[in-house]
Ligand binder design. Sequence first.
Ligand code: MSP
Length: 643
Amino acid sequence: MDENKKFYVTTPIYYPSGIPHLGTSYTTIVADVVARFKRLQGYDVMFTTGTDEHGQKIEEKAKNENKTPKKYVDEIVEKYKSLWSLLNISYDKFIRTTDKSHEKAVKKIFNDLYEKGEIYKGTYKGWYCTPCEAFFTDTQLKDGNCPDCGREVNWAEEEAYFFKLSKYGDKLLDYYKKHPRFICPEGRKNEMVQFIKDGLDDLCVSRTSFKWGIPVDFDKNHVVYVWLDALTNYITSQGYGSKDDSNYKKYWPANIHFVGKEIVRFHVIIWPAILMALGLPLPEQVYGHGWILFGDGSRMAKSKGNVIDPVVLSERYGVDALRYFLMREFSFGSDGLFTNEALIKRINFDLANDLGNLLSRSVAMIEKYFGGTLPVEHKLGNIDNELALIAMKVTKKYEELMDKYNFSGALGEVWLLISKCNKYIDETMPWQLGKDEKKRSRLAAVLYNLCEVLRIVSVLIYPVMPSTSEKIWQQIGAPKDVCTWDAVSKWGELPKNIKVKKGEVLFPRIDVEKEIEALNNLYTVKKSEPKNENVVSLIDIEDFAKVKLIVAKIKQCEAVKKSKKLLKLLVDDGCGERTVVSGISQYYSPEELVGKSVILVSNLKPVKLCGVESNGMILAATCPDGGVKVIFVDGIAPGSKLS
Ligand code: MSP
């Protein structure tokens, strides 16, 4: 191995606030594919992943489950590790922010930055989003809510340490200019440049309102705020700040940080600024990939509960099929919609038909005509040359595309070669050649060429489908030394008298309709759900706390034109007036309602009902006789909160 060929690839470190899902698996599989590809190319690879374990959210979750934060995260981290093992993730280092070495290094980094005057003590005032653990300014809020997750934010003020991020704006812009490939894809760069041009605020890097974090060494009331704790994992995982920092010296700066698009900002603004402040080199590239979206178009983030279980999918179709689908179906930089049907179709067409058939037909013919041992006494004719040429072209193109992280394009090239090879079988008609004793040497040549393509294909798909590659090597009897990156760009590397051995079918065909039905049954709520509607599944206090109930006083009321059911209410919610539409006109006249105080769900997204925008919902009881009774709470001031 060339000692200078080093490659360091990372995934984000995931929050162990819920179990890993298809979204987190996506980034991790991508990083694994790149790590495997680079190893194949002869690089000395460092591939890290891990978990981001501190913060208020974890502290709260643990409390709800009556566990210590450490016990809580330990259990989830095990789930991450076992999923990564199932998905064949070949990471070299799994970093946990609760690792003693990380905690020690973060304390040191914090101290160093403080001593350099890059961190100072102040008071933080701002809008805080608890799930995202991030502060926002007025201008950053989106419709008054968190710009990242859309949820409600709260005003917070506290003594805190700040990192002087604001002074790095120009330096960052200059860095982007000099390193045009630092932020990828290109589109994300413009967004970041604009964000910086709008003005950077100093960054809050400590908190006093929760305890589950790394204490600031010289001010024990404070714990390090999560992004400083989290981002530094990329260097602490390599021993930065520890006695043995040889890996840091060897692998840093990282070649590529893979992150989802929502955390690009942290990686291309905050992280480089911290590194600049520490006087350390910056990573070569940050790639912000798109999201996998699910059914209704929502992200499968853990907190939204919309999870397609990677374990179930792997069990049903095999890990490699899932890995292939994720890498082939989605264009890496953009969002993509996940459907079970698309997955099954890819398995049927690309894997069972194209690849699986090519292998099983080739091996079956070698067994049938040559007893499993393939003599290599052949000359290349025109049609064979063409096949060899395409194989070489595809290999080159594949490498270019993989180096640009265009996984779908690279796999598309491989499948071009597979289709070409299936066409080659139709054109050379080996079953006809097999009927004629005089054509045995031509038949051997054709079958040899098929195996050559299979050898090349098996190497090219290795980063994405490592187990499938192994199975192909076993079936075509290819020795390991001809399944290397060097050998892949040469034609005719398979040795004489290889012994083929038919094995299991790589990818059994799936009956689409039956399978979709089976999946539906798997995911639908069991029919034995309680019949009594008052007996519902239990929710956490956290879920209930999401609903903001307040008292509101009805100031005006009128019927909504064109509607038999709706009344339009103008209510005083304690902060101002808002319009609410309610389907109670069969039960109340407007006069009966004016002046009454009611309970209002105040944080419902606005909806238009018969052309009138409704900003909330008033609570009413549906009685057993079918009547509806609004809950009046007269005598309580508008704006009073219910909890
Ligand atoms: N802990 C932070 C990251 C700190 S890195 C220094 C964090 N964790 S997370 O658990 O929320 O993971 C977010 C990452 O998971 C995304 O950036 C992305 O890589 C991946 N994904 C989560 N949902 C996803 C999809 N639906 N689709 C694709 N990737 C997704 O943010």
